[in-house]
Ligand binder design. Structure first.
Ligand code: MN
Length: 232
């Protein structure tokens, strides 16, 4: 080893019951629930698509703890997107949907936090979304649950409340591309590796949060993720 600067820390996500999952890449699926695509101004019939966040945007929140996220700079419209996160344990390319489940290490509740005003500016100009999606702490995530404990998750309620009032509500069975199809489609474009996380898309009801707000995301079988927005 002869690194010329200190090696940056390896981002990790705690596993429920102990251990750490090292994060390699974060893939995100856009417009994977029809009603959310419609609220964003689309028909809900276009195929979903992908974007990425850097691995070090994860903001791990331990089980039973209220995490803290600093309100990020340059935005006046920070949005919540509750999402099922799939952790890849065995990599591969050109994975068939029928074989996808054996590549899954586990699942978590995640938030694809979005600077919606910046994302919308970039969309209008036909520019990349990175500044709206891939900023520091933009991927809060609860503990990973091993698939051996949860079984394969293909249905179940996915909800998000802010200060106790429900904002988002859907069911995993409403995904346009289910998890297996997402893994197949992703692995045709990139070689998936152990350590990859996939944020699978958000149901309708996205909206803004401000400092002081308490978010609680829930997915049936995975418990909850609690996050307080702090002054930036
Ligand atoms: Mn999203």
């Amino acid at each position: 080893m002869n690194h010329v600067i200190p090696v940056p820390p390896q981002p990790t996500v705690p596993v429920l019951g102990g251990g750490l999952f090292p994060v390699r890449r974060i893939y995100c699926v856009g417009r994977n629930y029809a009603e959310h695509a419609q609220e964003m101004g689309f028909t809900g019939r276009e195929p979903p698509f992908f974007f990425l966040k850097p691995a070090d945007t994860v903001l791990p929140v331990a089980d039973g703890v209220i995490g803290e996220m600093a309100y990020p700079p340059l935005t006046a419209n920070l949005h919540h997107e509750i999402e099922l996160v799939v952790a890849i344990g065995i990599g591969g390319r050109n994975i068939k949907a029928a074989d996808a489940v054996r590549h899954i290490w586990g699942y978590a509740v995640g938030l694809d936090m979005t600077r919606r005003d910046l994302q919308n500016d970039m969309k209008k100009q036909g520019r990349p979304w990175s500044i709206g999606k891939a900023f520091d702490e933009s991927a809060p995530i609860g503990p990973l649950h091993a698939i051996g404990r949860t079984g394969e998750l293909n249905r179940g309620a996915i909800t998000l409340s802010v200060n106790g009032a429900q904002r988002q509500s859907g069911d995993l069975s409403d995904l346009i591309w289910n998890v297996a199809e997402t893994i197949e489609t992703l692995s045709n474009a990139w070689t998936l590796q152990a350590g990859d996380l996939i944020f699978t898309g958000t149901p309708s009801g996205v909206g803004a949060v401000v400092p002081g707000d308490l978010l609680e995301g829930r997915i049936e079988g995975l418990g909850s993720l609690q996050l307080r927005i702090k002054q930036g």
